[in-house]
Design a protein around this ligand. Structure first.
Ligand SMILES: Nc1nc2c(ncn2[C@@H]2O[C@H](COP(=O)(O)OP(=O)(O)OP(=O)(O)O)[C@@H](O)[C@H]2O)c(=O)[nH]1
Ligand SMILES: [Mg+2]
Ligand SMILES: [Zn+2]
Length: 290
């Protein structure tokens, strides 16, 4: 048997990279209980039928695994937003940050299309919390060296709304990727993603980039409402001094987090997403949790 990495999955076929060669494989379907189907990012053992094809026989235990998009063993999530067209959706960014925190995936943020809008208020908020933030423009070739350096090793999944420029950024990293990019206005109208399947692209540096559609459907139902604050690191200096030990930091009197927001020490949009997620998560019964 040969060991390899699944770099692409389409229509029941898995493309497994072993050394320099890529084999197209079907799944044999007798995996460990907790692993039902192979995902892109899986380390696998394959049995070859000939020089081109084989069967996935075994899947190595996963470091982490997302269901939508289906990708495993991610080292880093590159969250891409645009500064304009479409304008940044901080609720969506915060949701992805919660998901990263929950799965132990390192988040990095990229705000693209600075050629259209150079107001960096939102990126500065994330930077001040401690997240790595990169400003880019693929149109003006701005910030691209730093972007490449952020993704040079390990597996980086790239997430963000349709039209923010994910495929354009990946093409800037290596033009041989030749990813399709699309007209943003047309896409926004139809809400359509140009990119449809998950695929890992190998970088010269040895790292892999995954252009991943479908992150917009992600939910955070696995997180308990009481745990949510752990994924808002800027709340930490205040949570101990709230009047009530079980303060939810959404509406209580004597809440130090709310006081910090009122003083401008915590960004209002961050507290807003926190409250929204908290209210939603509180509604989920323990037995409903995935
Ligand atoms: N002005 C400007 N436009 C950009 C920039 N980067 C990408 N675009 C344009 O934005 C549009 C969408 O880019 P894509 O790379 O297809 O976006 P995507 O995030 O891959 O979209 P999906 O594959 O649908 O998820 C295209 O028309 C790009 O030319 C940039 O830095 N500045
Ligand atoms: Mg794309
Ligand atoms: Zn509080």
């Amino acid at each position: 048997m040969q060991e390899g990495l699944i770099v692409k999955g389409i229509g029941g076929f898995y493309y497994v990279k072993c050394g320099e060669k890529i084999y197209s494989c079907r799944a044999r379907g007798k995996f460990r209980k907790d692993i039902k189907t192979p995902f892109v990012g899986d380390r696998v053992k394959i049995r070859l039928i000939d020089g081109e094809e084989g069967y996935v026989e075994e899947i190595e235990p996963r470091k982490n695994c997302l269901i939508r998009p289906p990708v495993s063993n991610i080292d880093r999530l590159m969250i891409v937003a645009a500064l304009k067209d479409p304008k940044p959706d901080t609720n969506f960014i915060d949701k992805l940050l919660v998901i990263c925190g929950f799965h132990g995936i390192e988040p990095v943020l990229c705000f693209n299309k600075v050629d259209l809008n150079d107001d960096l208020t939102i990126p500065e908020v994330y930077r001040s919390i401690g997240y790595p933030v990169q400003i880019t423009s693929t149109k003006k070739n701005y910030g691209m060296e730093a972007f490449k350096n952020m993704v040079s090793d390990g597996i980086t999944a790239v997430a963000g709304f349709s039209g923010v420029g994910k495929s354009s950024l990946l093409n800037m990293v290596d033009e041989s990727f030749g990813l399709k990019t699309g007209g943003v206005s047309e896409k926004l109208q139809r809400g359509k993603h140009t990119t449809r399947h998950v695929e890992l692209y190998e970088l010269e540096s040895g790292g892999y980039l995954a252009d991943t559609p479908g992150f917009s459907n992600l939910d955070i139902d696995m997180v308990r409402a009481e745990e949510l604050k752990e994924f808002y690191p800027e709340f930490a200096p205040y949570t101990e001094s709230c009047r009530f030990a079980d303060c939810s930091h959404t509406k209580e009197k004597g809440c130090s987090v709310l006081a910090a927001e009122a003083e401008g020490k915590i960004a209002s949009f961050r507290l807003e997403s926190y409250r929204m997620f908290y209210e939603r998560l509180k509604e989920i019964k323990e037995w409903e949790r995935k």
